[in-house]
Design a protein around this ligand. Structure first.
Ligand code: ATP
Ligand code: MG
Length: 393
C-alpha cells in the first residue's frame, strides 16, 4: 500500500526499566539491537515511547533479523508491523482492512485493540477500536467480534507514527534483564559444556560479561582456542558488549605441576584461574566471577573441592549451574546453540597432566600452604594478564 512501510517493533520489559536509570538501560538495549543487526542491511533504530522501531532504507530481511533481536535479554517481543506515513483515520481504517485481509484466516473471531500514546489523536482508544472493527465487519465475510481471547487480535498503536500488526506475528523474547544493567562479571570460559551455559544464565540477569580463557600452548591446540572463540561469539549474541581474553597459562601451569603433588594439581590450577580472573575483574570494574562448576559431576567437583577454592578470590563467585543435573545443562546448551561447539573434541588445559587419582577431599589449609610457598606465582600471573590476547565481539 502507498504511504506504508514494513518495520520491526521491539517491546521490552518495562518493569526492569523503571526508575532513574531507565534511559541508560534503554540505550544499552538499543546498542545491543544495533550490534546484533550489524550486517543485516541498511537500517536505523529509534525510540517510540516504550518501544524501539527498526526501519530499513532497503534490503530488509525480517526472517533473519527477528531471531537476532528476540534473543537479546530484556526484550519481550519482536514483530513486523505496518507503519503509516500519517495519522489520517480513513487511512488507518483502510490499512487495517488490507492487513486483516492478508493475515486473518476467516471464518474467525476477532477484536481490534488500540493503544493511544499520542493524546493529540482525536479519537479515544476504544472509539478507534470500535470504528475500525465495524469497518472490518462491513468489508470482510466470516468475522465475529469476541473481546476476550479472540482467535485474531489486530493491534493499532498510535504513537508519533501509527503502527498496525497482529498478536499472531509477535515473536516472544527470552525474558531476563537488559545486557549490562546489573553490572559486569568475569566469566571463566572453558571449551566445555557447562561454562557457556553458566555465562548465558548470568547474562540473563543483566550481567555484562568479560570472558577469560586459560590457554596452554603447545599442550592445548589452536583448535581448542578456536572452539572457545566460537563459544564466546555465540554468547555475545545474547546482548551487549562482550570481550574474550585469552590468557597464556603454560608457564603457570608448568610451575604448578612442578611444585604440587599430582593429586592436588586440579585444585591448584583452578585456584590460579580464579586469582587471575579476580585481577582481570579489577581492571574491568567487574563485581563478580562466574564459573561453570557443578556439584558432584566429576571427582574434581565435589563439595570438598569447591570448599578448597575458598579464599582464592575475594569477589563473589556465581556458579549458576552448580545445582543442575547434566541433562538440564545440556538442554540449555542445545537451546542456546553452544552444545555442538562444546562437544568438538579438543581438550582444554584442565585435562592436561591429569592425575590418575585426583583428591576428592582436598584440605584447604594444605592447599593454601602449598600455594603460599610458590613465590613466583604472582609475577607469573601479572605477566600472563599483560600478555593476554583480547578479542572483542
Ligand atoms: P566446563 O564444561 O565448563 O568445561 P567442566 O565440567 O569441564 O566445566 P571443570 O573442568 O572442573 O568442569 O571446570 C570448572 C570450571 O572452571 C569451568 O566451568 C570454567 O568456569 C573454569 N575453567 C576450567 N578450565 C578453564 C579454562 N581453561 N579456561 C577458563 N576457565 C576454565
Ligand atoms: Mg571443562
Amino acid at each position: 500500500m502507498e504511504n506504508t512501510k514494513e518495520v520491526l517493533i521491539i517491546k521490552y520489559g518495562e518493569i526492569a526499566l523503571r526508575g532513574k536509570n531507565r534511559y541508560i538501560y534503554e540505550n544499552m538495549l538499543i546498542d545491543a539491537v544495533r550490534k546484533n543487526l550489524t550486517g543485516c542491511g541498511d537500517f536505523w533504530v529509534h525510540k517510540e515511547q516504550g518501544r524501539f522501531v527498526v526501519e530499513w532504507n532497503s534490503g530488509a530481511d525480517f526472517g533473519r533479523a527477528i531471531p537476532l533481536v528476540a534473543r537479546i535479554f530484556g526484550i519481550t517481543s519482536v514483530c513486523v508491523a505496518i507503519k503509516l506515513a500519517g495519522q489520517d483515520f480513513d487511512d488507518i481504517k483502510d490499512v487495517a482492512l488490507a492487513y486483516a485481509r492478508q493475515h486473518c484466516k476467516t471464518p474467525t473471531t476477532f477484536k481490534v485493540d488500540t493503544r493511544r500514546a499520542n493524546k493529540q489523536f482525536p479519537l479515544r482508544s476504544d472509539e478507534t477500536s470500535g470504528l475500525v472493527g465495524e469497518h472490518l465487519l462491513n468489508n470482510m465475510e466470516g468475522l465475529k467480534v469476541k473481546l476476550s481471547a479472540p482467535e485474531f487480535t489486530l493491534k493499532i498503536e498510535i504513537r508519533n507514527s501509527v503502527y498496525i500488526y497482529s498478536t499472531d506475528v509477535e515473536v516472544k523474547g527470552l525474558g531476563g534483564l537488559p545486557p549490562g544493567s546489573a553490572g559486569r562479571g568475569v566469566l571463566l570460559l572453558s571449551g566445555g559444556i557447562d561454562s557457556p551455559v553458566a555465562g548465558w544464565l548470568a547474562a540473563k540477569r543483566g550481567i555484562g560479561l568479560t570472558a577469560v580463557y586459560f590457554h596452554s600452548p603447545p599442550y592445548t591446540s589452536e583448535r581448542a582456542k578456536e572452539k572457545v572463540v566460537d563459544l564466546a561469539r555465540q554468547l555475545s549474541q545474547f546482548g551487549g558488549k562482550f570481550k574474550l581474553m585469552v590468557v597464556p597459562f603454560t608457564d603457570i601451569q608448568l610451575k604448578l605441576v612442578d611444585r604440587t603433588p599430582p593429586e592436588k594439581i586440579t585444585i591448584m590450577l583452578k585456584r590460579s584461574m580464579l586469582r587471575i580472573a579476580e585481577k582481570v575483574a579489577a581492571k574491568e570494574k567487574a563485581l563478580a566471577l562466574v564459573t561453570g562448576d557443578s556439584v558432584g559431576q566429576v571427582a574434581s567437583q565435589t563439595l570438598h573441592s569447591l570448599h578448597a577454592m575458598t579464599g582464592a578470590a575475594n569477589l563473589p563467585i556465581l556458579r549458576p549451574v552448580a545445582c543442575f543435573d547434566k541433562h538440564e545443562i545440556i538442554a540449555i546448551a542445545q537451546k542456546i546453540e553452544t552444545f555442538d561447539i562444546s562437544i568438538r573434541p579438543y581438550d582444554d588445559c584442565c585435562t592436561l597432566f591429569l592425575p590418575k587419582h585426583p583428591e576428592t577431599k582436598p584440605k584447604l589449609s594444605i592447599i593454601q600452604s602449598i600455594e603460599g610457598s610458590i613465590n613466583e606465582l604472582d609475577g607469573l600471573m601479572e605477566r600472563a594478564i599483560t600478555e593476554s590476547e583480547i578479542i572483542k565481539f
